[in-house]
Design a protein around this ligand. Structure first.
Ligand SMILES: CC(C)(COP(=O)(O)OP(=O)(O)OC[C@H]1O[C@@H](n2cnc3c(N)ncnc32)[C@H](O)[C@@H]1OP(=O)(O)O)[C@@H](O)C(=O)NCCC(=O)NCCS
Length: 164
């Protein structure tokens, strides 16, 4: 699956376990820094340790710029039996609203269906309008509310589920 932005071809890849973890952790950190308004919520070492975990799947969205590849979006999730927990979805500010996040999720859902996953779960800040819009478009439904789940600033989390 792929999508276009202007003349750029966007390629979605699944990170494999033989990838250079140190380089990949730095790439993911850079992408998260370019996508979250207040900077990446995870340090490079958090990405590194997440990449080490056996049950974690990571998809990246990449474009070719000049002679090198640039990562413009990422989706990190953990798979446990029939459930997937979304850890992080973020798209570089310059490439938002061009269906990058939607395409990343399409790939995760396809992966989940092949691995007998039944449901995807995630938490989202009640004020995160773009993310809630994305999840609703994908078919996620609200299944709970966690009071004061987030800090800095304190905010409730909506728990959402997508049955696949
Ligand atoms: C949430 C986020 C990942 C969406 O990524 P994106 O690539 O811009 O989203 P897409 O282009 O794939 O949009 C798909 C759908 O999401 C919704 N959406 C995306 N941006 C939106 C916005 N600013 N306002 C309202 N809805 C929005 C729309 O329904 C959109 O469908 P449409 O294009 O048919 O209207 C992106 O805004 C982001 O990186 N935010 C910061 C990180 C974050 O908050 N992540 C979630 C918590 S970990």
């Amino acid at each position: 699956m792929s999508t276009y932005k202007s003349n750029n071809f966007i390629n979605i890849s699944k990170i494999s376990s033989d990838e250079n973890r140190k380089d990949m952790a730095e790439t993911l950190f850079k992408t998260a820094t370019a996508g979250f308004k207040n900077g990446s919520p995870w340090e490079v070492r958090d990405f590194y340790h997440t990449l080490e975990a056996e049950n974690v799947v990571v998809f990246t969205a990449n474009i070719q710029t000049d002679s090198k590849e640039k990562t413009i979006g990422l989706l990190i999730a953990s798979v446990a039996l029939s459930e997937v927990d979304i850890y992080m979805i973020v798209v570089d500010e310059d490439y938002k609203q061009t269906q990058v996040a939607y395409s990343l999720f399409e790939h995760l859902i396809e992966y989940g269906r092949k691995h007998e996953v039944e449901s995807l779960y995630l938490e989202v800040r009640t004020s995160n309008v773009p993310a809630i819009g994305l999840y609703k478009k994908l078919g996620f439904e609200k299944v709970g509310l966690r009071k004061a789940y987030y800090s800095s600033p304190i905010e409730d989390a909506i728990v959402m589920q997508l049955k696949i």
